[in-house]
Ligand binder design. Structure first.
Ligand code: BG6
Length: 471
């Protein structure tokens, strides 16, 4: 166990939510089992339900047994639980924060991380109550970790940010985009900048199109209500896909400030490819009737309007209006209930005659880098065949074992005050500005919603986005 007299309070609002059970607690267990938490690291699990700490500990067991990466071990689990206390309170009643304050008081001058894994409507209430109750005054350092969604538009994100800034400074706000914690997203920068041969290729004279896509087999599961208000564009494009694209195309940076400017530059220069309705394909899944495990249509999901027009799939054809990238077709694609789960980047190079070269960067669940090349087929004749040069990172057992889960990496970074894995306000603002514009365009031009059966690639027109020549 890591020693030291420092106390760190990890105060987790939303302790009985799905994210906590599936991701946060297993991530904290992993850090604990790897000896990456100080002895004085305490977890205050805050929820509205009437549980004792003992009840809560029992609830955590099956989730840890199922989801921890480092292997479940009874002894380690018991030691981990000794860090966790359940505190029942109402987030919106400032009087309830006295109990927290009493726990904090004996350890003034500690590091405080407040994790808001709650509906975004509670963000400002919790932040203001933490300050008003005097809780934050007891800390040496305070950090506020905020789950997405950060707003639902530029305006609402700005309002939320202004509120948070009354209670926390920008460098105390850690906005979470869990994609930044993924191994291969980190790797994007190494692939680009540690391989000088790629530098001249990152140009519209060499690249025809780039596809950034995140497909999921799952539907909206229990999140129908949230999804109705969001849809695929706000849920995935505004944050995760923009992060990937901006890391993929940004200029090399010497430090975090420069990186933020360079990432933001990519987003600020994004536009629809032709400013035409053909640039956007919207889809919604229907049921899969012939599947052995019959699936519901989106409109049949719990808490979803039976007439809903929310998109569960989107493909956007865009461009980055910068001199190096101007003509490259950028396709941003994401969808639920598709035929497979896969997040990946495809870089399609220009080519005449032979099959164009392609680089594939697989982000999840498979991780690796692949390059499509043309070679002479062994034999007496001159026949050319297309082959894949493969580096499958996740096929190697040790790599899988040594790769932290996204949340594990993010929590470790936050504990160490490393802000490089979190989204700065400038990026959030730029991303919402573009998404607001695109959503207004969709509304103004009545971009139609197309229905696609579950377990397919999405609407049938989707492939056209990828295969049609740039025009
Ligand atoms: C979340 C979205 O941010 O990312 C979900 O809200 C989505 O709708 C999830 O399912 C996908 O994450 P991952 O890590 O499975 O690609």
């Amino acid at each position: 166990m890591m020693s030291g007299s420092k106390t760190t309070f990890f105060t987790l609002f939303g302790a009985t939510g799905d994210l906590t059970y599936r991701k946060l607690i297993p991530a904290l267990y992993n850090l604990h089992s790897l000896d990456l938490l100080e002895d004085g690291f305490k977890i205050l699990a805050i929820g509205r339900r009437n549980y004792s700490t003992q009840d809560y500990h029992e609830l955590l067991r099956p989730w840890c047994e199922k989801f921890v990466r480092t292997g479940f071990n009874e002894r380690v689990f018991d030691a981990f639980l000794s860090r966790i206390e359940y505190v029942q309170m109402r987030f919106d009643d400032v009087n309830d924060y006295q109990g927290l304050k009493e726990r904090f008081a004996p350890c003034s001058q500690s590091q405080h991380l407040y994790y808001l894994a709650v509906a975004s409507s509670y963000f400002d209430v919790i932040a203001s109550n933490l300050v008003e109750s005097g809780c934050t005054a007891l800390s040496r350092t305070k950090q506020c970790l905020i789950e997405k969604p950060f707003g639902t538009s530029l305006e609402s994100a700005q309002a939320l940010n202004d509120t948070l800034l009354k209670f926390f400074k920008e460098d105390e706000i850690y906005r979470i985009d869990h994609y930044l914690g993924k191994e291969m997203i980190q790797n994007l920068l190494s692939i680009r900048f540690e391989n000088p041969i790629l530098t001249p290729l990152w140009h519209h004279s060499m690249i025809d199109s780039i596809v950034v896509r995140a497909l999921e087999e799952v539907g909206v599961e229990s999140r129908g209500q949230y999804y109705e208000d969001f849809g695929a564009i706000k849920d995935m494009v505004q944050n995760h896909l923009f992060q990937i694209l901006s890391l993929l195309l940004m200029k090399p940076s010497n430090n975090l400030d420069e990186r933020i400017i360079n990432q933001k530059e990519i987003i600020d220069h994004l536009s629809l490819y032709n400013q035409s309705t053909q640039d956007i394909i919207l889809g919604q899944y229907t049921s899969c009737e012939q599947c052995s495990d019959f699936t519901k249509s989106y409109r049949e999901e719990e808490h979803v309007d039976p007439q809903s027009n929310t998109e569960t799939f989107v493909s956007i054809k865009a461009r980055v209006n910068l001199p190096d990238y101007n003509d490259i077709k950028v396709i941003l694609q994401t969808g639920k209930r598709t035929h497979m789960r896969s997040t990946e980047v495809l870089i399609n190079f220009k080519g005449k005659g032979s099959t164009p070269n392609q680089m594939i960067i697989k982000i999840s669940p498979d991780e690796g880098v692949y390059l499509r090349m043309n070679i002479k087929k062994p034999g007496p004749n001159y026949d050319v065949e297309t082959v894949m040069m493969e580096y499958c990172q996740s096929c190697v057992y040790e790599n899988r074992l040594n790769t932290p889960e996204a949340y594990e990496r993010l929590l470790k970074a936050a504990i160490q005050f490393d802000r490089s894995l979190f989204t700065p306000w400038e990026m959030v603002a730029s991303s919402w500005k573009i998404v607001d514009e695109w959503l207004a365009f969709i509304k103004l031009n009545n971009v139609p919603l197309q229905f696609y059966p579950a377990k397919t690639y999405g609407p049938t027109t989707t492939m056209e986005h990828i295969h049609e020549p740039n025009q």
